[in-house]
Structures are given as structure tokens and as C-alpha cells.
Design a protein around this ligand. Structure first.
Ligand code: SF4
Length: 322
């Protein structure tokens, strides 16, 4: 799948991520907000009224969110332009958004797995998984509006258990990752508690960092070539001069939640966050200890470290004219 369709395009969305999920006041969000209620900063044109000041105003989580393109697909295709202001549509729209984000996240990973030379022996299996994921995501408005009252955020529009599909895809991705990392002698750090750890200059080539807790860790200058951080939580981790150029299955939310600089090597398909630049909006004065506090925000989409999911986070919404 074209990666451009797996990135948030706020211009084609209806502010779904600013309405559907609940927010809890925390280091990531300045306010509490119940699920299904629009954020008070969301304007009637579905743009964020504080887009240029999100970090200063206490919403850094919003700058690190990406729906993997689920928002525009649900808004434009699945619901064909209807939005959540129509009461009879709202609940289904929100549920579909949660499901679609999971499916698009899987497509993000599968797109990368299909391009891995080492995973070529799995090409057919990966292709079938991608096709099935796309099929689950591909329903149009007839299915979306056809009395799917039971849609609960886990079922696809044809009733298939998305959690089970994620588990199947997760197993495939693990195998692909193992093939890609074979022979590198990478460290096994699955689910490792590395919060606030000094990992400056660490050789993490080929490391299995799936689900690792890297919050506030200092990875300055670390080598992460072909490391696999799926589901790892690097919020506030220092990535200055770190080599993530060939890190496997990296996501934009993971990168945006960490602190890098102009010397951080990133894959071509990952954008360098604006707030990483010296001229960017400064980080809150959160220490590693503060950053290590549990994430209190509640967002839609897959939970961290479940299946092949990456951390939930927030993305910025363009304001008018930006
Ligand atoms: S981007 Fe964040 S602050 Fe802005 S409207 Fe959406 S949820 Fe609210």
C-alpha cells in the first residue's frame, strides 16, 4: 500500500481524533474530555484552534499522534462525508475509526515487511495478510450504516474479530523481524524496563526491543540498525545522533514522542518532527522521572504493547492556513 495513505491527512478528516477518544489530564494533555465529546479547542471547521501552540498549552500528546490515515478513510470513504455531528451516525463513526486505526497500523507494518529483502521467503504470506487487512478496511458506507449496532471497536465492519487478525499479523511480523535480524547477535530486550536508563552510544544493532519501556532513556548516539521496537514506548527518550535509519517497523508516533535532533538518522518514510529542531517548540521541562510516570491519557486505537501495536499517542491538527 502507498504509505501516503497511511499517514494522517487532517484536511480530509472531520476531527475524529479530537472527538472520538477520551482524554485524561496528564503530561500529554491539559484537560479531561469524555469519549465522543469534541475537544474544546476543535473549531467548527474541524481544525485545531491552538495548533501552533500545542506544546506550550499542555497538549504535547497531540503533536505525537498519528491515525495512520484512518481518519480520512473513515470520513471520506467508509462514511462518505458524513460526520459525527449527525447523532445517528456518531457512535458508528467513532467505533469504525477505532477499528480502522488498528487496521491501518497493521498495513503500515505490513508495507514495511513486504519491502524487507530478508523477509522475501514470506512474501506470499505477508501479501495475503495485507490483502485481508485491506479487505477488512475497505467497506463502504452501505456496510457502515447497515445497522451495525454491535460494532464495539474490536469488530470489523463485517464482524470479523480485529483482535484475532492483529494476533495473526503480529506473529507474521515477528517472523519477518527475526529473519531481518538474523545473524546480528542483537540483544533480547522484549518488554525490558529501560525507563530513564543511560544507553548513550549503546550498540543495539538487531536488538529485539518489542514492547520495551524506553521512557526517558538516554539513547544519544545509540546504534539501532535493524533493531525492532514494535510496541516500545520511547516517550521523552533522547535520540540525538542515534542511528534509526534502518530500524524496523518504526512509527511516526514513536519518533514524535521522543527527543531527537538534526543528527538523528531516520528512515526515509519517517518525518523529522518539527519540535526536534532547535527552533522548534521546546519540550516541557519533564525529567526522565516525570516522563516515566504512567501514561494517563486515553486514546482510541490499539493499546501499547498489544499485538503488533505501537504506542498510542496524538497528532497535530493543522489550523486554518497552515
Ligand atoms: S489537536 Fe489536540 S488540542 Fe487540538 S483540537 Fe485536537 S485534541 Fe484538541
Amino acid at each position: 500500500m502507498d504509505r501516503s495513505e497511511l499517514r494522517a491527512d487532517c484536511e480530509r478528516c472531520v476531527g475524529l481524533c479530537c472527538v472520538a477518544p477520551a482524554l485524561s489530564a496528564s503530561a500529554d494533555f491539559a484537560i479531561d474530555k469524555p469519549a465522543g465529546q469534541p475537544c474544546p479547542n476543535l473549531r467548527p471547521d474541524f481544525r485545531c484552534g491552538i495548533h501552533d501552540q500545542l506544546r506550550q498549552r499542555g497538549f504535547p500528546g497531540c503533536t505525537a499522534y498519528d491515525c495512520f490515515g484512518a481518519g480520512q478513510r473513515v470520513a471520506q470513504v467508509t462514511f462518505a462525508g458524513r460526520d459525527w455531528r449527525t447523532p445517528e451516525v456518531a457512535a458508528r463513526l467513532f467505533a469504525a475509526f477505532g477499528v480502522m486505526r488498528q487496521l491501518h497500523e497493521l498495513l503500515w507494518y505490513l508495507t514495511e515487511a513486504l519491502a524487507l529483502p530478508a523477509a522475501r521467503p514470506m512474501c506470499d504470506e505477508l501479501g495475503r495478510a495485507a490483502a485481508e487487512t485491506e479487505r477488512l478496511a475497505g467497506h463502504g458506507p452501505d456496510a457502515a450504516l447497515a445497522g451495525l449496532d454491535g460494532l464495539d471497536g474490536q469488530d470489523s465492519l463485517d464482524g470479523r474479530d480485529v483482535g484475532a487478525h492483529r494476533t495473526e499479523v503480529g506473529a507474521l511480523l515477528r517472523r519477518g523481524s527475526e529473519l531481518a535480524r538474523a545473524g546480528l547477535g542483537g540483544r533480547g530486550l522484549v518488554g525490558a524496563g529501560l525507563v530513564g536508563r543511560n544507553l548513550r552510544g549503546a550498540d543495539l544493532r538487531g536488538a529485539d526491543l518489542r514492547g520495551a519501556y524506553l521512557v526517558g532513556a538516554d539513547l544519544t548516539g545509540a546504534g539501532l540498525r535493524l533493531a525492532d521496537p514494535v510496541g516500545a514506548d520511547p516517550r521523552g527518550a533522547r535520540l540525538g545522533r542515534a542511528d534509526l535509519g534502518t530500524t524496523l517497523f518504526l512509527t511516526q508516533p514513536q519518533v514524535a514522542s521522543a527527543r531527537g535532533d538534526d543528527g538523528t538518522a531516520l528512515p526515509a518514510w519517517i518525518s523529522r518532527p518539527v519540535h526536534w529542531s532547535p527552533q522548534g517548540i521546546p519540550w516541557p521541562a519533564a525529567s526522565a522521572h516525570e516522563a516515566a510516570t504512567p501514561r494517563r491519557s486515553v486514546r482510541s486505537g490499539p493499546a501499547p504493547r498489544s499485538g503488533p501495536a505501537a504506542p498510542g499517542s496524538r497528532r497535530s491538527r493543522r489550523s486554518a492556513g497552515s
